[in-house]
Ligand binder design. Structure first.
Ligand code: KG4
Ligand code: ZN
Length: 358
């Protein structure tokens, strides 16, 4: 029997230090042997957001321990690893450099190939860690750093259908939470507070709701929240604002996803249509149920990867590494860290490019 590839994945693009070992079974289905994530929430809490230099320092202090843990938990030996895959971008350059340098050094020390991975490609392939999922599928990636619709057509074939032209959705949740006086990272608390409020009390803007295809925008929303938050006097008003924000986001995602479905269908003639939602914001239960209902309405299969593979993790980086190993597509050790690295190069220059939205 031929040996199945054993891949070490490393992720340090923002504020999670992560390592994972994966392999595959005889049917080519990935098996996650370990998936270790060290969150830096405690490091950044007092600053109300991620401080890049502190994040990089924390990655440096922990990366060897996290990789060691991942290897030990997998039950495999270092010399059984066939390739090392590290996130090379997009992300904070000082953070990316830690995982990238560590991965390069590790691959050299075991004399095995090195693979530089685009973090967004990791998110795009993350559902494959849990589901038998054939291409193509539509992906909505909503996290603290990214918000985009991607037509995932195959390994290495990604067409961006829409993206945020300003803030990421998780960032909008976090900033709203901060304005409501909730401690970092407050994003997940919004839906908890929202349950106690009236979602129709405040009428918030929905930027580019009626234009721009399935592109997204959240910056105007934050400005409106800032104004209202200043005049809030009671706890109830705070709950009402959280609920109104949550409702507004649901309405934006419902409408923009519907447009993304039509865009996706223009590119693919399919009997079975699949919609995957990944990234930290996919944990939001109300957003989930709105999108699940839309899928039922439009005859799409809805797929939500487990949360451990939705937020930043190294199993998804190893997943890309596994696919690239099988294609023998490796990288040189001089591969740079790339802070801005869109998956779909053709769509790269929307933001800040002066391109008008239709
Ligand atoms: O994917 P992720 O773990 O890390 C990044 O790549 O950013 O996403 C983190 C983001 C944060 O902005 C956090 O506020 C948001 O996901 N988030 C949520 C919820 N849980 C996490 N946003 C809204 N509702 C939630 N329940
Ligand atoms: Zn991410």
């Amino acid at each position: 029997m031929t040996k199945k590839p054993l891949i070490l994945g490393i992720e340090t693009s923002c504020d999670e230090t992560a390592a994972s070992i994966i392999t595959e079974n005889n049917q080519g289905k990935p098996i996650v042997l370990s998936n270790i994530v060290l969150s830096q929430i405690d490091v950044h809490k007092e600053f109300g957001g991620v401080v890049p230099e502190l994040a990089a320092r924390s990655h440096m202090e922990n990366i060897d321990l996290i990789v060691e843990k991942a290897i030990n938990k997998s039950g495999k030996k270092i010399n059984e690893i066939d390739a090392v895959a590290s996130t090379a971008g997009p992300g904070l350059i000082v953070c990316l450099s830690v995982g990238l340098s560590f991965g390069k050094a590790f691959s050299t020390s075991i004399n095995k190939p090195f693979i530089a991975v685009n973090h967004l490609e990791g998110h795009a392939l993350s559902p494959k860690l849990s589901f038998d999922l054939d291409y193509p599928y539509l992906l909505l990636l909503i996290s603290g750093g990214h918000s985009q619709f991607l037509n995932v057509q195959g390994m290495g074939k990604y067409k961006r259908l829409g993206t945020t032209i300003d803030d990421a959705l998780g960032e909008a949740f976090d900033k709203t939470a901060k304005l409501l006086g909730i401690e970092f990272p407050g994003g997940p608390q919004i839906e908890v507070l929202a349950q106690k409020g009236n979602p129709h009390r405040y009428n918030l803007p929905k930027p580019i709701f009626n234009k721009g295809g399935c592109n997204l925008s959240f910056a105007g929303l934050k400005t409106a929240i800032l104004k209202i938050a200043k005049s809030i006097k009671s706890e109830q008003e705070k709950f009402d604002l959280a609920a109104s924000f949550q409702r507004t986001i649901e309405e934006i995602l419902y409408k923009k996803t519907k447009i993304a479905f039509s865009e996706f269908e223009k590119h693919n003639n399919l009997k079975e249509k699949k919609f995957v939602v990944a990234g930290g914001v996919a944990a939001n239960n109300k957003i989930r149920s709105v999108l699940i209902n839309l899928c039922k309405e439009k005859n799409y299969q809805s797929i939500f990867p487990p949360l451990e593979f939705c937020g930043d993790n190294a199993a998804m980086i190893a997943m890309v590494g596994l696919e690239r190993y099988k294609l023998k597509k490796f990288n040189n050790l001089n591969h740079p860290a790339i802070p801005r690295w869109p998956l779909d190069e053709a769509a790269a220059f929307l933001k800040g490019s002066g391109v008008k939205l239709k």
